[in-house]
Design a protein. Sequence first.
Length: 91
Amino acid sequence: MAASAAAAAAAIANAIKASGVLVTVEPEDFTRLLGLAKEPLIVVAEGGLFRSNFQYLMSFKGLAFFTKSATPLTLPEGAELVRASRISIPG
């Protein structure tokens, strides 16, 4: 199961690189999208230079959604998590 989650996370990352499509949303909107997704796969990382932050990436209806939050988000039951050392977002 972990291998398939890692493969799915890699597929999301490759899709972003190939198409450049990434939707950055506020944490509240990301949480709302999580509620709409059935069994979401979420890539989670901690980042920040001067202040730590929590970064989240998920795919929903063919788009990749990203958010950054100062506090951890409450994730839904049944969500599959992939913990990453970092999430690199194209500038």
